[in-house]
Design a protein around this ligand. Structure first.
Ligand code: CO
Length: 352
């Protein structure tokens, strides 16, 4: 009798627990869907808006403000990676880089609501009239290696290859989405990405990966490979993941460029440098959970003061600097990305 009563009580607790768990998971998924729809809308608008001659920093400012004006936060600085740059470029303050006709541009953006995240990317080829590589005052604009006598060095063959790269990465994502469900292994996903991209004659980038998402955590531990890495790890119903195949016409391996425009807060440590101390306190309060750029730190420090205060923070491991990543062989790169919720028999894409 006592045992039975105990079991009965336990059952009740289990039912209450399951109901609460289900309720909070539905609520959470609602937030994922809401912030996913915001990112998807901005991504589509951005792909239409980009044009030759536009400054990268203006484009990024516009994208980020479209996200934040909805009341959502940014889950990372908008990444705009051009040509052989695969990822992790965002504008430093006063960036005078402009888009050129024929550039293949990765637009990677995301939002967060109550810490629940969206992460999505599309790649486009920039169109528009060729522009003179100088600004209104005749000052040369930054377009290293991209102009020859005032014209972009992009042939018809180059353009065809760039459009094919985009198709390869977006088809790879589509094929992956058709197999994602409870129980799919990471190896199966990676194989699908690789097979699709290789069928176009390109290579996937093997040292860049998608990632699991959790509240306030953009990279929550599980990496979603872009090649069959042998992993038997299975995605489970209720998992939230960002899947992002990268197709390259080069080596398929990226290396770090010694430029760092995106940072992550890691931890607090006692510091002697007073400016560094102030900056860390500010960042740990306002930029604690999500990667940020200098543009997102609310400080009155000018550029050089900011750089001087950041150095000891990076040295001490309080701040992690994300290096710009480019294809090793300077091949062109395309990326397509969606955020998905894994379901029993399929998946729900939150960023469609
Ligand atoms: Co991502």
């Amino acid at each position: 009798m006592i045992i039975k009563l105990k079991l009965y009580k336990l059952d009740k607790y289990i039912i209450v627990f399951l109901v609460i768990t289900k309720f909070s998971r539905d609520n959470m998924d609602e937030e994922y869907e809401k912030v996913g729809a915001i990112a998807a809308k901005v991504r589509k608008q951005a792909a239409k808006k980009i044009t030759a001659g536009m400054k990268v920093v203006d484009f990024i400012d516009w994208i980020e403000s479209e996200v934040t004006k909805t009341g959502a936060g940014l889950s990372f600085p908008c990444n705009i990676s051009i040509n052989e740059i695969a990822a992790h470029y965002t504008s430093p303050v006063n960036d005078d880089t402009v888009f050129c006709n024929g550039d293949i541009v990765k637009i990677d953006l995301g939002g967060e609501i109550n810490g629940f995240i969206s992460d999505t990317a599309v790649t486009v080829v920039v169109e528009g009239d060729n522009i003179e590589p100088v600004d209104e005052d005749g000052k040369p604009l930054k377009m290293p290696g991209r102009f020859d006598d005032g014209n972009p060095v992009v042939t018809e063959d180059d353009l065809e290859e760039r459009y094919n790269l985009i198709e390869a990465s977006s088809n790879a994502l589509e094929n992956v989405l058709s197999i994602v469900k409870d129980g799919v292994t990471l190896n199966e996903i990676g194989k699908t990405v690789q097979d699709t991209i290789q069928s176009y004659g390109f290579t996937p980038i093997i040292n860049l990966a998608g990632h699991s998402l959790e509240q306030n955590n953009l990279h929550a531990g599980v990496s979603i490979p872009n090649y069959p890495d042998g992993s038997t790890h299975e995605l489970k119903e209720g998992d939230h993941v960002a899947i992002e195949p990268f197709a390259s016409s080069g080596s398929g391996i990226t290396s770090e460029v010694q430029q760092h425009y995106i940072f992550s807060f890691m931890n607090n440590k006692p510091l002697r440098n007073p400016q560094a101390k102030i900056l860390l306190k500010n960042i740990s309060k306002n930029n604690r959970y999500f990667p940020f750029a200098q543009r997102h730190v609310k400080t009155s420090m000018d550029d050089s003061k900011f750089a001087r205060a950041m150095r000891p923070l990076i040295m001490a491991g309080c701040i992690y600097p994300h290096a710009v990543l480019k294809d090793n062989a300077n091949g062109m790169v395309a990326q397509t990305e969606h955020t998905v919720i894994v379901e029993k028999d399929g998946c729900k894409v939150t960023t469609l």
